[in-house]
Design a protein around this ligand. Structure first.
Ligand code: GLA
Length: 402
């Protein structure tokens, strides 16, 4: 296989026929007709960062970089998956799901655990797994792995019989990540991977779980992800620390305002009133979250009328707030944003948890070549690292492939 260092295979190797042939070669007894293919995309968040676990608003889009599994169901209650890029093979028994051990198999195993715990009938299978989504670079490869696993573990007739919906699959995948893998992430990534729609970003209200499609103005602009290639230093401990700060703030406010359950119920005036009860750092964190929710709504309005210049101003505010108030950016992400915004008409900000990872950009199509060239050259000069510029499409959510 054409392997890249981060677990990525070429698109051609993920075509359904190529995947079927790869599985048939490993499982000669499997009838070709019995082979199913399931897919689940990664995501990029347009705006609404570190708001999901504060029950706020997010605006992610699923992207056309994804995880695919070719599988044949078995009756032996055992799951075995082979990675196409490395040939590495791992498995587990459905009746004895192993504890997480910082391995990729933790995600399928966690989902099997969460689905079983919810009383859904899961089935064993043999599979090959390939991905065009770079692993561990902040594009939610773990959520994609979870959603693809959910579709693989549940037979289509079972899905119909139990009336399971895509939001429920997203929530169970989040539960797998929180309770089995041990990362306290919010719902955004699994939501986007499960419910994304082609050509659109998805506005999710994490308190009511209401969501709707927001068409992206992609006639004149391209959706571009820049991967900083810098390791995600301190990622999960700092993530959990931010979350804990927000929860402590809510606890302080709720002592006098019992209706307050999350930062979603707090506005800037209320935050001011509690200024004395909160340390300055915690106040900054809360201010980011409250203002970021407002920016999401404003961005939706501007996107819907195609006003990318106004979106660019909101992206700039969001990035500055994540850098200065929430303190989750990095020198590399700041450099990528500064270089990107030197190209006229471009909107850019860090996306995802931060501490490394990627930026999201809306780039005028006429400037794409210049954008890529400038990013690669100037980023190398400033950071000594190689960036990766990925022009992506907003894609549909996880599910079976014909
Ligand atoms: C990670 C988490 C999400 C969300 C973002 C920050 O991607 O998995 O739930 O909190 O960080 O917006």
């Amino acid at each position: 296989m054409n392997a890249a260092p981060d677990g990525v295979v070429q698109r051609a190797d993920l075509e359904p026929d190529a995947l079927r042939a790869a599985l048939a070669a490993r499982e000669p007894a499997a009838a070709t007709a019995a082979i199913r293919i399931v897919r689940a995309p990664g995501r990029v968040n347009l705006i609404g960062e570190h708001t999901d676990y504060n029950l706020g608003l997010v605006l992610p889009a699923a992207i056309d970089l994804e995880v695919r599994l070719a599988l044949v169901a078995t009756d032996d209650r055992r799951v075995e998956i082979e990675l196409l890029d490395s040939g590495e093979r791992e498995g587990f028994d459905l009746d004895e799901i192993p504890a997480a051990a910082d391995r990729w198999i933790d995600y399928p195993a966690g989902v099997a655990w969460a689905l079983s715990e919810a009383g859904l009938p899961v089935r064993g299978f043999r599979a090959v797994l390939g991905s065009t989504l770079p692993m561990a670079s902040g594009l939610s490869s773990s959520a994609a792995m979870e959603l693809a696993s959910a579709w693989a573990l549940l037979d289509p007739p079972e899905l119909e019989a139990h009336g399971i919906d895509r939001m429920r699959l997203a929530q169970l995948s989040q539960r797998a990540e929180n309770a089995h893998v041990g990362v306290s992430s919010g719902l955004m990534d699994q939501f986007a991977s499960s419910l994304g729609r082609a050509g659109s970003a998805m506005l999710l209200d994490c308190r009511s779980l209401e969501y709707r499609e927001v068409r992206l103005p992609l006639d004149d602009h391209a959706l571009v992800v820049c991967d900083s290639g810098s390791p995600r230093r301190l990622g999960s401990s700092e993530y959990n620390a931010r979350r804990a700060q927000c929860e402590r703030a809510v606890a302080v406010i709720a002592r006098e305002e019992p209706a307050v359950r999350s930062l979603r119920d707090v506005d800037l005036a209320m935050l001011d009133r509690f200024a004395d009860g909160l340390d300055a750092e915690t106040r900054r964190r809360c201010e980011h979250v409250i203002r970021e929710n407002e920016r999401v709504l404003a961005a939706v309005d501007h996107l819907e009328v195609g006003d990318v210049d106004a979106v660019a101003r909101l992206f700039a505010e969001s990035h500055a707030s994540l850098r200065d108030l929430y303190e989750v950016s990095s020198d590399e992400l700041d450099a990528l944003v500064e270089i990107a915004t030197s190209i006229p008409g471009t909107a850019a900000r860090m996306t995802g948890a931060g501490f490394g990872g990627c930026t999201v950009n809306l780039v005028p199509r006429a400037e794409l070549a210049r954008f890529e060239d400038t990013i690669l050259r100037e980023y190398r000069a400033r950071s000594g690292l190689e960036a990766r510029v990925l022009v992506v499409e907003a894609a549909g959510g996880a599910g079976p492939m014909a």
